[in-house]
Design a protein around this ligand. Sequence first.
Ligand SMILES: Cc1cc2nc3c(=O)[nH]c(=O)nc-3n(C[C@H](O)[C@H](O)[C@H](O)COP(=O)(O)OP(=O)(O)OC[C@H]3O[C@@H](n4cnc5c(N)ncnc54)[C@H](O)[C@@H]3O)c2cc1C
Length: 471
Amino acid sequence: MTTEASHPLHVPLPGRPAPVLRAPAPARPAPAPVPALRLPPERLRTGILAGAGAVALLWGLQARPSARLDAVFASGAHLTGLLAGYGVLVLLLLMARVPAVEHGVGADRLARWHALGGRYVLGLIGAHTLLALCGHAVHTRTDVVTATEDLLGYGAIAAATAGTALLVAVGLSSARAVRRRIRHETWRAVHLGALLAAALGFVHQLAGPDLAGSLLTRWLWSMAHGTVAVLLLWYRLVVPVRAALRHDLRVVEVRDEGPGVVSVLVRGRGVARLRAEPGQFFRWRFLRRGLWATALPFSLSAPVRDDTLRITVKALGDHTRRIRRLRPGVRVLATGPFGALTAHRRTRRKVLLLAGGVGITPLRALFETLPGGPGDVTLLYRASDAGGLVLREELESIAGERRAALHYLLGPSDGSFDPLAPRALRDLVPDLAAHDVYLCGPPAMARTATANLIRAGVPASRIHSEDFDHA
Ligand SMILES: Cc1cc2nc3c(=O)[nH]c(=O)nc-3n(C[C@H](O)[C@H](O)[C@H](O)COP(=O)(O)OP(=O)(O)OC[C@H]3O[C@@H](n4cnc5c(N)ncnc54)[C@H](O)[C@@H]3O)c2cc1C
């Protein structure tokens, strides 16, 4: 049972008494899902680097050493071209939503790697273009402008130029300043151009001299492209359509959770077979006017029970405001589960869950289900005031039932109140450095909290976070 004395529930605002709420005990969660296959991030990174090494080796085996300037330019163009082609494949693979990769690496980290990789690929394409033009200009004893006109006469090079233009558009639309100004749907539509760019690049590579040397390399290159294309088709098209037909998900309830926040319960056939774990999220498409055209990511705010999934949504923009108006019976297409913020990441007996605002949703599900005895799990929940606490009764009920510590860190976020300073964290969680930390909150809070946790002695490898800004 939760009492104020045995479980310090609040860090109240000065002068405010800490109310104790009594909430019904939560129903028993469904048995833990069978663990999914996961590729750890380090393995994926090593695999990607090994692939780049193999591509460089391929280039090295085909290169004919020469001191002639045009040959040096051409050789550099081949290396950068091959690496750029490989890079595009890696970028597509990172976004193919392969479950083992999603569950092991995490959607937010994949999105960050994809964004970083995109910059490298654009850099490589720029270098390839420049080196190829200089090489051709030196070879034909012309200037770079004439060399450009000459090269554009070749079909495969015109195709590559169109592909490059598409990739530049994708890169520009992803620049922070641009992305903030355009709709998510526009950004996505521009991103689809990357698929066409990859196909045009492939045509260019097969026609060009880079792969002309050996049938084996052409075959390997084609296999790599074919594999990525099949993975994309399978996991981004076939699997979601199959899941929609198989589970027939529908909204069964929309529950008010406080100002601007609702929980949506979605039920379907055989939902347990989705093997969704607490801490994970789905991409939800509600088949209603104003919502069907976009798939929005929302975490499960409770473990799966009775073939029912629950999300808790804060109204922040057009789509999230419309969710409040959903009615029972509305069809739902949900793809997932995605994300790696699961019990699987845990390495220590003691766990600190650190939530900010609506970032409580995945941590609420973990708070209930992470195995552990009294005192093993602590939840710190940061909000500007008590009105901003989401699912509060449930949290208190869970804290009481499993005798876990729950602290609310209420106060303004203007710097005058800093409950996440290293010392404040150590005071709240005495053996902090011995904990695994699961973190989910607004980007600024998550950044500050991560830095402070590290300063308070928690190794970065034990801080597991979900970023609601990247997916
Ligand atoms: C992994 C993950 C889990 C999340 N879980 C929750 C949750 O449990 N509860 C909750 O309230 N919020 C959650 N969010 C945030 C939620 O998805 C966004 O607030 C919501 O998509 C905003 O939609 P909007 O059109 O109302 O707002 P807008 O004002 O249009 O957008 C606000 C922000 O959300 C981003 N966004 C909009 N549409 C999408 C989309 N289709 N995919 C990705 N980002 C998009 C925009 O880029 C923008 O930065 C989560 C986000 C992620 C990435």
